[in-house]
Design a protein around this ligand. Structure first.
Ligand code: HEC
Ligand code: HEC
Ligand code: HEC
Ligand code: HEC
Ligand code: HEC
Length: 452
């Protein structure tokens, strides 16, 4: 019962004719969390047909086009993981709320009346399937909020970018936009808040609180490296920005040949390796049968955002440690995988909670009953173990030895990372993807301990 109804009931009980208190004010206008005037409008605010689509840019901007095509942005609406998660959310809400997931993955779709409740991916116009396409960024004329698709789109307006003196283009009007050089520009999509109010992804919020805030170390400076070239065919020489948008995930096979995929994988590895360092401290010797104290320190060397960042509730970053004896027998292990390739945590189907010491650096969602979940819309809490910029965290592991343990003990420790846990891909019916998922070694350290 709403408060005002309770108030009326109370007035009623007082009986007619009594000089009761002033009646309560009328109820506030209903809040509709599902819709939003900017990014989830009830009626369309733009026409998808007003956008030319990426192929129209290819003739004059071939390099930008070729790079963008291999980026996750180009794949944001075709990604099978995305589509299958959206299908589960659609089922959970009986087809309602369908603009929510698409508002950033394709703002043109969500605002253009194509991604409506109960939509099917197969029926969408081609420009919607282009996901975060050229014009989703270059037709942005302003920013209303730094999260949840906060951009103002201007379909009939000029192409906006950071060239102050653009040459004349026969295809489009052009306008200088300082916004496009800022981290705020990326924040419009990269900080994600669920309808429940739960913070899901916050790289921009992390950056704003980091030593990089307010400096030239913007999202673009690391994720859009520069080179000398031309901005358009026949245009003047310029410093241009790479459009591969490399992060941690790889391009799908259909848009990247083996060489391009290898380039992405090497660049992902380089980004990850630049991020974290690991140190192991051990005593030089331990008496046989005593406990060995292993002290591990993991540090995020990135000044700009947490490690990991973004969709940390599906990413996996963890510490793997093995200790072997003189015969090469494993005397201690944490961070290993079960027979299905999963970490032995709550989500393992073969050894649930089988790894009591597991040190995870990503984040976890918990539903209202306290059970872990990977589906953000079912979650009531989001607990993050991620490392803030330039932050080091120290863990101590207690390794038992026995009186028969033969030294020296070899300690091998790693920080490892992968984009998805295999169990999630299996739940989504993508077993083959699970099998080819790369695991990156982000940092490693070794130590030797004598047994006396
Ligand atoms: C007929 C050729 C042509 C086509 C087609 C074309 N452009 Fe351009 N574009 C140009 C030229 C020329 C420039 C200016 C380059 C320079 O000054 O170095 C330019 C500049 C730009 C800029 C930079 C603006 C700035 O001020 O920073 C952006 C962004 C851009 N184009 C996006 C696009 C997009 C997106 C498409 C497709 C929807 C597209 N262009 C299609 C020729 C074209
Ligand atoms: C100093 C360089 C640097 C800057 C600046 C930077 N990043 Fe990153 N970013 C990285 C590195 C290194 C990684 C890989 C390690 C990681 O995931 O933290 C990464 C990873 C990412 C990922 C993939 C995360 C995942 O696991 O899915 C996203 C998304 C991302 N960054 C967005 C941003 C945004 C948005 C900004 C600006 C607010 C930004 N980055 C600024 C270096 C940078
Ligand atoms: C996720 C947003 C995003 C998408 C998608 C995107 N761009 Fe850009 N683009 C930018 C930003 C941001 C800059 C300016 C970076 C800076 O100055 O720091 C830029 C710069 C440019 C420039 C100016 C030259 C340069 O490299 O600085 C051109 C031309 C351009 N983009 C064309 C395209 C075309 C064509 C596509 C699609 C094939 C595309 N962009 C897709 C964000 C995007
Ligand atoms: C219009 C919304 C939008 C804007 C603006 C945008 N992004 Fe993205 N970005 C996305 C979406 C959605 C994805 C995930 C696509 C997927 O993998 O399905 C993504 C993915 C990425 C990734 C790949 C992360 C990974 O896991 O590998 C990087 C890096 C990235 N964006 C950087 C940037 C930077 C830097 C900017 C600002 C210049 C920016 N983005 C602006 C929506 C956007
Ligand atoms: C506020 C904008 C926004 C909304 C809303 C949003 N996403 Fe995303 N999504 C992103 C960005 C940005 C990334 C890239 C972050 C990263 O890679 O860490 C991303 C990445 C992803 C990825 C990882 C893609 C990959 O293969 O690496 C999946 C899956 C995904 N989103 C699913 C969803 C689903 C399902 C919903 C609805 C419940 C949703 N997203 C709502 C912006 C959004």
């Amino acid at each position: 019962m709403a408060r005002w109804q309770a108030g009326l009931l109370f007035l009623g009980l007082l009986g007619a004719g009594c000089p009761g208190p002033e009646p309560d004010p009328p109820p506030p206008a209903p809040v509709d969390p599902v819709h939003d005037a900017l990014s989830r409008p009830v009626t369309p605010t733009l026409d998808p047909a007003a956008f030319a689509g990426a192929v129209a840019c290819q003739t004059c901007h071939p390099q930008h086009y070729a790079e963008w095509q291999t980026s996750r942005h180009a794949y944001a609406m075709r990604d099978e993981v995305f589509r299958r998660l959206v299908a589960i959310r659609q089922a959970d809400y009986a087809g309602a709320q369908d603009q929510f997931c698409t508002q950033c993955h394709s703002a043109i779709c969500a605002r253009g009346g194509a991604c409506v409740d109960g939509f099917s991916f197969d029926a969408l116009p081609p420009v919607a399937l282009e996901g975060v396409t050229c014009e989703a960024c270059h037709r942005v004329s302003g920013l209303e909020r730094r999260y949840n698709s906060g951009h103002v789109l201007d379909p009939g307006g000029p192409m906006r970018g950071t060239i102050e003196d653009p040459a004349t283009s026969p295809f489009h009007a052009t306008e200088y936009s300082p916004l496009h050089a800022t981290s705020e520009f990326c924040a419009g999509c990269h900080d994600v808040i669920e309808l429940s109010g739960l913070n899901l992804e916050r790289p921009f919020a992390e950056w704003s609180e980091s030593p990089a805030a307010g400096t030239t170390e913007t999202c673009q400076s690391c994720h859009m490296p520069t080179r000398e070239g031309v901005a358009a065919e026949g245009g003047p020489p310029r410093t241009v920005h790479e459009h591969r948008f490399i992060g941690v995930d790889l391009p799908p096979d259909e848009v990247a040949d083996a060489a391009e995929r290898a380039l992405h994988e090497a660049r992902v590895q380089a980004l990850l390796t630049s991020t974290a360092t690991l140190a192991v401290t051990v005593p030089s010797a331990v008496p046989a049968g005593a406990q060995l104290d292993l002290v591990l320190t993991v540090k995020n060397e990135n000044r700009a955002h947490n490690f990991p960042t973004g969709t940390t509730f599906v990413r996996q970053a963890w510490v793997a440690v093995t200790v072997t004896d003189a015969d090469g027998m494993v005397v201690y292990e944490t961070g290993g995988l079960d027979s299905q390739g999963d970490l032995r945590d709550a989500f393992s189907t073969v050894e649930p909670y089988g790894d009591a010491d597991l040190l995870k650096l990503s984040s976890g969602l918990v539903d209202a009953r306290g059970n872990p979940t990977v589906f953000p819309w079912r979650a009531a809490e989001h607990a993050s173990q991620t490392l803030p910029p330039r932050y080091a965290r120290t863990f101590t592991l207690f390794v038992p030895t026995s009186t028969t343990t033969q030294g020296p003990l070899q300690v091998e420790a790693k920080v490892r990372f992968r984009t998805f846990p295999p169990f999630l891909l299996r739940v989504l019916g993508m077993e083959e993807e699970a099998a080819r998922l790369p695991i990156y070694d982000v940092a490693s350290a070794r130590a030797v301990v004598a047994v006396e």
